[in-house]
Design a protein around this ligand. Sequence first.
Ligand code: N01
Length: 540
Amino acid sequence: MSVNPQEPSTKTRTVDAVIVGAGFSGLYLLHKLRQQNLTAVVFEAGTGVGGTWYWNRYPGARVDVESLAYSYSFSEDLEQEYPWEERYPTQPEILKYANHVADRFDLRKDIVFRTRVTSAAWAEDQRTWLVRTEHEDAVTARFLIMATGCLSAPKLPEVPGIENFKGTSYQTSRWPHEQIDFTGQRVGIIGTGSSGVQSIPVIAETADSLTVFQRTPSYSLPARNRRLRDDEIAAMRENYRAYRKAQRESGAGVPVEVPTKSALEVSEPERNAAFEAAWESGSLVNLLSTFTDFATNQQANDTAKRWIHGKIRDIVQDPQTAEDLCPDYPVGTKRPCLDTNYYETFNEPHVHLVNLKRTPLVEVTDKGIRTSEQEHEFDVIVYATGFDAMTGALTNVDIRGRDGLSLKETWSAGPRTYLGIGSAGFPNLFMITGPGSPSVLSNMIVSIEQHVDWVNDVIAHLDREGLRTIEATPAAQDDWVDHVNLLASYTLYPRANSWYMGANVPGKTRVFMPYCGGVGEYRKKCDDVAARGYEGFELA
Ligand code: N01
């Protein structure tokens, strides 16, 4: 089936699978399904491929996993030939890679761009999905595969007056395609998660003034980014198969030395040396795996917290600003950041920090931002205020399963999935890196490839066996949700108001959404389920 990407068609048609999203998941899915001689159409809201890396074009945007590890493993030729340039590639470099993959595997002809999927309804008599788009496309498909990403439904701050601002506003996750010049501009930015932490130093380089509105500070490590050396690229290429195996068996999709000691059983100098080594390495996983009990024991975690506070106080000259930048929740329970000159930027005389815990946001005015203390006037406001994570992109589509069951309503008290792949009541619906899978706690590409391979295998199995449908059983789903919650309850994760918990979206039920048992364990579970004839799923 061929669709001209520039001219979204309005004809009703039938394919084996509708894929929603042309990011790293959607691209690989399309490639895999085609290899099975299945027909698929991908609907993509953007004008190009790349998903996260298409939308998040803000200054300073980079990935926090190293390029040689944050890349597809399915094609050895691609792996051997792709010329990565930097340790932590920039957004343009990653987008170039996504485009290269789309061209190399001739994927574009089955992608309909500029087209958002609005609804999908299961037709029991046909045992197919009817998928509709904003352009009135209607496609019938045996399988609906949501490759919509975990951080793709953006949210603005819940303050009145955003529309009243007379200057220019930008949202980090909806950044314009052209270069923005901040020279001579008074800029205000709301949000200090990864997007804020990465963009603040770059915006500060040219802005006349930059005022940072912080509700919750982040823990951030210096990325120590650099150009890759030829010898390290060659060494990785030589060793890629073994490295990929180690990735798949690891905790977070990035192989690291597994810690053997508690933070509380070593001397303070030994502990501090371990933290210093992680800080110097410029790697988040190194920090998070310094000790065995970092994620589970408050006292152990406090040692890291105090140590990082010391670093912040060493770097930031103004004592009040330094205190305001010190987080008080356990390290790692909100996603930590990797930065280049983040804390240093607050030593610049034209950069100011506003602590919203002391002086909350009141409104956006025509001139700028008003807190409980004063009105700040700006030419530009940047919103780095995050996403309705993990569920937003799924529930934004009106998905109706058996008997008109609404996914959004079914998940109103928190997402319910089996393995983060399927959901009871929604036959032949697959989620790539859905809630209940390791997803955001891992190197996303490792998790994406695992889900795509698993989904592809189960579709092949159904076809081989002459079966039409697969659906999670309510019992298996309940057990899985309980298991995911139980694992989270052993950790410190639930102690922070994070987007992992849905705490950043007012009214969203608080539940820890990802599976925190590690990608290696998770993969074993998925393989085991498949080996037992897709145990926990009903096949018919
Ligand atoms: O979003 P966030 P993000 N009033 O939700 C604040 C990945 N990522 O786009 O923490 C005032 O982390 C909010 O405050 P609080 C990565 O997984 C990766 O930065 O809710 N402030 C917070 O400070 C990351 O974790 C990379 O109290 C408000 C900020 O806005 C995830 O994406 C780069 C507010 C939002 O931070 C999301 O990151 C970028 C309000 N009403 C992103 N509402 C890399 O790979 C929100 N905030 C490096």
